[in-house]
Write a protein that binds this ligand. Structure first.
Ligand SMILES: O=C(O)CCC(=O)C(=O)O
Length: 273
C-alpha cells in the first residue's frame, strides 16, 4: 500500500496493518528484553541491573486471572508492563523506530508526542481477554485523536489472543459503554450489534496494527501453548490537549519526532469538556 492509500484506509476504517515493521533480528532483541524484564519481576537481576530492575518492578502488573503464579520456567505470569521507556533502552528506542515514525507522520503529522509505552503479555495458557472498549473513553486527552500501534513480538493468532477491532467504529464518537472494563470470561460486549462487527487481526511477528483511539477494540484469551506479547505505544500531535476535570495540573510527554528537536513538552491541563 502506498502512503496515500494507507492514510485513506486509516481515515475510513480506523485501523491499518503494516507488515514487517521489524526485522527478525529486532523481534529477537525485543523477546530477549521481555525475558529479562520477567527475570527482574522475579528478583533475578545482577547487582549492576538492580536500579533498573527496581524501576521495572514498580511498573509490571501480574496477571490477575492466572491459574498459576508462575509459568513453566518459574517466571511470574505478567499481564503488562507500563512506562517501558523509563527502564528499557530497547523499548525506548522502539518507540522511535524509523519504520513506525514514517507511518505515524503520514497518519497524524510530523510532530509526534508519546502518550503511552507499554508491553502487553499473554503467556502460553495464561493470557486473559480484554473486553471491547475505546481508549479515548478514559484517556485524559482532547480531541480524542490519538493513534496506537501494537507491534506483534510473536505471531499473534486467534488461538493466542490477537487483537479484535470493529472497523469504522472510530466514527461513532465516545460511547457511554466505551470505557467499561468487563469481567474475565464475560462476553466481549453485551452489545450484540457491536460484537457482530468485530474482526480478528492476526499478525506475524514484527508486523503492526495502527488504530485510532476511538476505535472499538479488544482481544481474546490465550489458551494456546504459544505466548502472545506485544509492544504498544500511543502517539499524538500537539493539537491534542491534556485535560483534567478541574483544568488544574500539568503533564510532560516525550517528543518522538519533530517539534524542532525538543525532547519533551509540558502541557498545562485544560478543563475537560
Ligand atoms: O493487547 C491487547 O491484548 C489489548 C490491549 C488493549 O486493548 C489496550 O491496551 O487498550
Amino acid at each position: 500500500m502506498d502512503k496515500v492509500t494507507q492514510k485513506d484506509f486509516f481515515k475510513k476504517e480506523g485501523y491499518l496493518v503494516v507488515k514487517d515493521i521489524l526485522s527478525t533480528e529486532e523481534v529477537k532483541t525485543c523477546q530477549e528484553e521481555i525475558h529479562l524484564l520477567h527475570q527482574f519481576a522475579a528478583g533475578q537481576e545482577t547487582d549492576t541491573e538492580k536500579e533498573r530492575a527496581d524501576i521495572a518492578r514498580r511498573h509490571v502488573q501480574r496477571e490477575p486471572f492466572a491459574k498459576d503464579e508462575t509459568q513453566g520456567d518459574a517466571l511470574p505470569v505478567l499481564r503488562k508492563a507500563e512506562n517501558t521507556r523509563q527502564y528499557s533502552e530497547v523499548f525506548k528506542d522502539l518507540a522511535q523506530h524509523p519504520n513506525l515514525i514514517a507511518v505515524l507522520q503520514n497518519l497524524i503529522g510530523d510532530d509526534l508526542l508519546l502518550f503511552r509505552s507499554t508491553l502487553m503479555f499473554k503467556p502460553a495458557f495464561h493470557g486473559s481477554s480484554h473486553g471491547l472498549h475505546q481508549d479515548s473513553a478514559y484517556w485524559p486527552m482532547e480531541p480524542p485523536r490519538l493513534v496506537t500501534v501494537s507491534i506483534a513480538l510473536n505471531d499473534a493468532t486467534v488461538e493466542n489472543g490477537c487483537f479484535k477491532v470493529v472497523p469504522r467504529s472510530h466514527l461513532w464518537g465516545v460511547q457511554e459503554w466505551g470505557g467499561i472494563a468487563r469481567q474475565q470470561d464475560a462476553e466481549l460486549t453485551d452489545k450484540e450489534d457491536v460484537a457482530k462487527q468485530q474482526m480478528d487481526v492476526p499478525l506475524s511477528a514484527g508486523s503492526a496494527l495502527f488504530f485510532h483511539s476511538l476505535m472499538v477494540h479488544g482481544s481474546g484469551p490465550n489458551a494456546s501453548p504459544h505466548p502472545r506479547n506485544t509492544a504498544l505505544y500511543a502517539y499524538f500531535s500537539p493539537e491534542v490537549r491534556y485535560v483534567t476535570k478541574d483544568g488544574h495540573g500539568e503533564r510532560t510527554f516525550p517528543v518522538v519526532a519533530g517539534l524542532e528537536g525538543k525532547t519533551e513538552l509540558t502541557f498545562a491541563a485544560q478543563k475537560a469538556s
